[in-house]
Design a protein around this ligand. Sequence first.
Ligand SMILES: *[C@@H]1O[C@H](CO)[C@@H](O)[C@H](O)[C@H]1NC(C)=O
Ligand SMILES: *[C@@H]1O[C@H](CO)[C@@H](O)[C@H](O)[C@H]1NC(C)=O
Ligand SMILES: *[C@@H]1O[C@H](CO)[C@@H](O)[C@H](O)[C@H]1NC(C)=O
Length: 239
Amino acid sequence: MLAVLAVGLFLLGLASGGSPNANLPHIVMMLVDDWGWANVGYHRNPPTREVVTPNIDGLVKQGLELNQHYVYQVCSPSRSSLISGRLPIHVNDLNVDPDHYNPDDLVSGYAGIPRNMTGIAEKMRGAGYATHQVGKWDAGMATPDHTPKGRGFDTSFGYFHHANDYYNETIGVCNRTPIVDLWDTDKPAHGINGTGPDNYEEGLFKERLLNIVSKHDPSTPLFLYYAPHIVHKPLQVPG
Ligand SMILES: *[C@@H]1O[C@H](CO)[C@@H](O)[C@H](O)[C@H]1NC(C)=O
Ligand SMILES: *[C@@H]1O[C@H](CO)[C@@H](O)[C@H](O)[C@H]1NC(C)=O
Ligand SMILES: *[C@@H]1O[C@H](CO)[C@@H](O)[C@H](O)[C@H]1NC(C)=O
């Protein structure tokens, strides 16, 4: 599975009020998977009619474009690298399934980020941030320490594997029982799978993102990590 990833960091104003964190920016970190370099409008000169991304172009214009910032060739190592702040070769260079489990090998026995490494959310929390994750994780799940909650996110909503089904969030079956890969912090997101606008996973993520932002107390700085499933396979459009 080849992955091209784009990472965006958007700084949205400063935390307000008289709190000690009043000068810290709110941060939204976005990671998009399998999105080609030429599939954003600001990389198309002259502009084309098939690649039109005005909102993203606008964010780049106001922000910082890191157009020679390379990622690993596949997904989980790129995510593990971003979350741990280490080069993939020092954190995870395998794209194995996230339930890979071998407790005899403490360093490489689990998929994703080795258990004893520190993640960006732990650091941000230490600096006074509220921390939330929405979307694709794919940086380990074999023990609770490997999940977003174990890595310092106050809340998380999304899936753990490389890809699930956009309409019902399953990743196949086990003994004829469908496996639903959709999680709400530390529990299965029961009752939420197979629902949402257009019955579509990205719609569920959007609802959660808006909910986090609208409920957030702006006097606390916000760190929001959003990794959409879209445009990764399976090739399924909203119903
Ligand atoms: C994690 O644990 C392994 C095995 O005990 C050790 O070799 C490695 O240095 C540890 N890494 C960190 C970042 O603590
Ligand atoms: C989920 O949807 C896929 C098609 O998108 C279908 O093949 C699969 O059977 C569905 N699983 C369940 C449990 O409904
Ligand atoms: C959600 O998943 C559960 C299994 O965990 C399944 O019984 C239920 O039918 C699913 N709901 C929808 C709407 O797909």
